[in-house]
Design a protein around this ligand. Structure first.
Ligand SMILES: C[S@@+](CC[C@H](N)C(=O)[O-])C[C@H]1O[C@@H](n2cnc3c(N)ncnc32)[C@H](O)[C@@H]1O
Length: 507
């Protein structure tokens, strides 16, 4: 809660933001990635800052909008006892500059009233193309960067940060990388962004760059996606996180805070975890895992104790090779049996069973035209794992067994790219082992372990490959037990998997 004298200026800033939001259409704002931070979230982000060690503090705001984040930052610095502050604010949208200047004037007067000095410079230019990190350094940067993908072939952004990291995932990563590059020693960046950078394959090089030049001090996770920008006309459906990074620091522990949504921010649960639990040191992916509670952290620790990894156990996982929109002329109705094979889509994958009967109205077949081998697979035993779950689905991982004998007359089989398929790198996957794999993926332990790694509803093969995993003997032992069940039973499945892997889920 602010001191009485700060309440009025903070209200003024919220009104300036509302006035701008009303003046622009949702479409116009979307084009620039303009999802504005609410005053509550802005204050919370600023409260994560520690007192800079220097007397004159330089703030960098990248994609300032109406300036709410710099305003909250400046107020926080004042409360921490910093009296001399200069802010540099980048904003590309000319129509917001008037509002941005108004907000900064409010802060300027506030500092004057407290015998401090706040100066600012608004730069109406492109933050990524201008690259201030090449000439200037800053101490504090609290940002909500724009989010959008750009076209690698036509966008001027494609090569703009290639000296920092390679890859072209999303504009928000470029913003974070430039801010990180422009921080002074002990400089702080607090960023609200999609969670996608913490695990996606495309962000691997970005993660590596970021974690080499900064250290993560804390992470705030919202347990419910879509509730953070709920006041915004167009909801953000990405899962968002707030992270604080400090330049050139190294921490032994990372603080993880979790709250339901923005209104419960200040009553978030707070836990400290060893840095190795959060940033996976076991491979070059540098995945950032985020357990939402102590129980999840406990599961993550138990997962770390598993003897092997998915790949080291001898398994492979790939995305189904049939991309339907590129192979439309191969796809035929389920009744067309001549020179065709079943094409597995996500609805064919249910726990334990990957069944294609031809009776579901979504069932289709794939015609074995010339060059079909590029898209079909040899008819062998596999385990299928859905690549997408819907937002409302409780489970992320759903897996079913495909046995070659289902279609024993066929030499090939079709798997669409909305399913992943799993097999053994050498030899043949037996029915017992296939059921063991399916049981593990359908178990609540593995689903929860996966959620610590990924906030995405998409299940990527790259993430599965590096996950800790039981040994093949354990997989076979699980398979043997679950084959005795009459049908899939989630509770029984969990009991078997957890007993054989010695996992305690409720600790
Ligand atoms: C997600 S909004 C956040 C605005 C504000 N910081 C806040 O938190 O409310 C991102 C802002 O970045 C601006 N922007 C987008 N691309 C930019 C670029 N290349 N350079 C500078 N600003 C940019 C947008 O106009 C928008 O105001």
């Amino acid at each position: 809660m602010y001191q009485q004298s700060l309440i009025e200026p903070m209200n003024d800033m919220a009104s300036i933001q509302s006035a701008f939001l009303l003046s622009k259409s949702v479409q116009e704002r979307k084009a620039l990635g303009q999802f504005f931070t609410s005053p509550v979230v802005a204050d919370y982000m600023a409260s994560m800052l520690h007192k800079p060690k220097i007397k004159e503090v330089k703030i960098l705001d990248a994609g300032a909008g109406t300036g709410i984040l710099t305003a909250s930052t400046a107020v926080q610095l004042l409360e921490l006892g910093c009296k001399v502050v200069h802010a540099v604010l980048y904003e590309l949208d000319f129509s917001v500059i008037k509002h941005l200047n108004q907000t900064m004037k409010v802060i300027e007067s506030l500092y004057q009233s407290k015998k401090g000095k706040f100066t600012f410079e608004v730069r109406s230019s492109d933050f990524v193309l201008e690259r201030p990190d090449k000439t200037e350094y800053f101490d504090v940067s609290v940002i909500n960067p724009p989010y959008f993908k750009y076209n690698v072939k036509t966008s001027p952004y494609a090569k703009a940060v290639s000296d920092l990291y390679s890859g072209d995932p999303n504009i928000y990563a470029s913003f974070m990388a430039i801010v990180a590059a422009s921080l002074n020693e002990d400089g702080q960046m607090v960023a609200i962004t999609p969670r996608s950078f913490t695990n996606g394959l495309y962000f691997k090089n970005f993660r590596s760059y970021l974690l080499n030049v900064t250290a993560i001090e804390s992470i705030h996770i919202f347990k419910h996606r879509d509730r953070v920008f709920k006041n915004d006309a167009d909801k953000v459906l990405q899962e968002n996180i707030i992270c604080k990074f400090v330049k050139a620091a190294s921490y032994e522990a990372v603080e993880v805070r979790a709250s339901d949504c923005d209104s419960s921010l200040t009553s978030a649960t707070i836990q400290n975890y060893p840095v190795e639990l959060i940033v996976d040191p076991s491979n070059d992916q540098r995945l950032i895992r985020i357990p939402e509670s102590l129980t999840e952290a406990n599961l993550l620790k138990q997962a770390e104790q598993l003897e092997s990894t998915f790949t080291d156990s001898g398994y492979f996982i790939s995305t189904g090779p049939v991309v339907e929109h590129r192979t439309r002329n191969y796809i035929v109705s389920a009744y067309n049996q001549s020179n065709t094979v079943p094409l597995y889509r996500p609805h064919n994958v249910t726990p334990y069973a990957a069944l294609w009967t031809g009776e579901n109205k979504k069932d289709v077949r794939f015609e074995l035209q010339e060059q079909h081998e590029k898209h079909t697979l040899n008819n062998k035993n596999y385990v299928l794992l859905k690549r997408f779950s819907s937002k409302d689905e409780k489970r992320r991982l759903v897996s079913g067994v495909y046995l070659s004998k289902y279609f024993e007359n066929l030499g090939f089989i079709g798997f669409g790219n909305k399913v992943n398929y799993i097999g053994v790198k050498s030899g043949e996957l037996t029915k017992k082992e296939a059921y063991g794999l399916s049981a593990i993926f359908n178990g609540s332990f593995f689903d929860r372990y996966f959620r610590c790694i990924s906030g995405n509803t998409q299940v990527n093969a790259t993430e599965i490959r590096v996950m800790r995993f039981p040994t093949r003997d354990q997989v076979k032992a699980i398979g043997e037990e679950v084959l005795k069940l009459k049908a899939f039973d989630a509770d029984q499945n969990n009991i078997i998997v957890n007993r054989i892997l010695k996992i305690k889920e409720t600790v």
